[in-house]
Design a protein around this ligand. Structure first.
Ligand code: AMP
Ligand code: ZN
Ligand code: ZN
Length: 409
């Protein structure tokens, strides 16, 4: 082969490699997962969310997002990023008692919240680390664990009072990083409209203002993404952890009063209460609650219907009481505590009641356009993100890509 042909051949090879690298970098996908705490699926139909409505028309819009039981903040945020039910990922409630060591995990206890020992799932940023891609979190349950392999590349410790605009600006800064530093997966969390609905009820002026306010944050986010040329490049997934339903003091059941003849340990009030009692009394206590079963359901841990996915974890107490939607389970301690106001709305109830459902809206290069679908399940969001990012998911999950893949292009 003469030198000229050799040179031409080499040029062709270089050209082929160059176009491959172009295709590859073009294909690199980015995901921004945003959560609006307690944003019930039908808040989108109140005519006060123009920015969210624009995105839902342009991208994929699901009727609702079914959470996992119990329909609480911590269990469901961790489900969204692990693809696991709480009985498998270990965050079975916002407040968890380890009955063997008497240690407790709870929202607001920063030491416990950062202790990796409570988290039994593989969060998406751990998956990202395993697959060699960068991730970032502007707040998310489980993102602050004190074990580097379980942390996003970049994250902040939770600060409830940090203005929303600062969180958005933080996300924009991450996207402005050079290619080799830029995270491909980013999470962003807003605590409203959950707080306002708890305090004032789902149909209150205050809740509507909070809904409109988070919607305006979506408008600002899109505007800022547009400014840096990222609004059409990023895959935006907008979700909520659960819905909300109105409650009142008339619909309260004092479980301790029903069990006044027994020495029980009660854990949790509101939609779900767990009860522990001496092993030889479990059946008796269960039967007493069963006899009085009105406006709630009672189960022994080993007999709870599989549909709750709430039996496997060792920290689940022997007896579980679940209030009917709108009802609240209380104990004497709850009633004796003087609260400045009582909750007007709550969540935590069974996952199939529509009031407990959240939102799912997505838009970006990986998603279909102008596509409407029915209810999606939040356990499937983790495998969906893994698929978009082309990373190997954890295989021990409850989610299933087959149930959700059809929303992708
Ligand atoms: P709840 O309505 O009781 O299920 O919980 C909602 C509250 O959880 C919010 O008002 C937040 O203050 C709190 N929260 C959400 N995410 C985090 C987090 N990553 N760390 C600490 N607290 C959080
Ligand atoms: Zn929540
Ligand atoms: Zn809440």
């Amino acid at each position: 082969m003469n030198v000229k042909i050799k040179l031409i051949l080499m040029e062709i090879i270089v050209l082929i490699l160059f176009s491959f690298s172009l295709i590859f970098s073009f294909d690199k996908q980015y995901v921004l997962l945003v959560s609006f705490d307690g944003f019930r699926w039908d808040y989108l139909n109140r005519g006060i969310t123009p920015n969210l409505e624009k995105i839902r028309n342009e991208g994929v819009y699901a009727l609702s997002l079914r959470p996992a039981f119990p329909t609480k903040t911590f269990p469901n945020h961790y489900t969204l990023v692990t693809g696991m039910f709480p009985e498998n990922h270990g965050i079975i409630s916002n407040s968890i008692l380890n009955p063997f060591s008497n240690e407790r995990y709870r929202i607001g206890d920063t030491v416990a919240v950062r202790n990796h020992i409570w988290y039994k799932g593989e969060a998406i940023w751990e998956t990202a680390n395993r697959n060699g891609i960068k991730s970032a979190s502007f707040f998310w349950v489980g993102s602050e664990q004190n074990l580097p392999i379980k942390q996003p590349t970049y994250f902040y410790h939770y600060d409830h009072n940090l203005p929303y605009i600062k969180r958005i600006e933080g996300v924009i800064e991450w996207l402005k990083l050079p290619d080799d530093k830029r995270p491909q997966l980013i999470t962003l969390y807003f605590d409203e409209p959950d707080s306002k609905a708890h305090r004032f009820g789902t149909n209150s002026k205050e809740t509507n203002e909070a809904i409109a306010m988070v919607d305006s944050m979506v408008g600002i986010l899109i505007y800022k993404l547009n400014e840096i040329g990222w609004d059409n490049k990023i895959n935006l997934i907008l979700v909520s952890d659960h819905g909300m339903t109105d409650i009142d003091e008339e619909r309260r059941i004092n479980i301790e009063e029903i069990l006044k003849d027994y020495k029980c340990k009660f854990d949790g009030t509101g939609p779900v209460m767990m009860i522990d009692v001496e092993r030889n009394k479990v059946e008796e206590v269960y039967q007493v609650l069963k006899k009085n079963e009105k406006n709630y359901r009672v189960y022994k841990k080993e007999n709870i219907p599989s549909y709750y996915n709430f039996s496997k974890y060792p920290f689940i107490f022997p007896i579980i009481v679940i209030a009917d939607v709108g009802w609240s389970l209380v104990d004497n301690n709850f009633l004796s505590r003087s609260t400045s106001y009582s909750l007007k709305a709550n969540h935590g109830y069974e996952k199939d009641h529509l009031d407990m459902h959240g939102i799912f809206i997505a838009k970006g290069p990986a998603f279909r356009k102008g596509y409407k679908t029915g209810t999606l399940w939040n356990i499937d969001v983790y495998p969906l993100i893994c698929k978009i990012l082309s990373i190997e998911p954890n295989h021990l999950i409850d989610g299933d890509l087959n149930r959700i893949e059809f929303i992708l292009k």
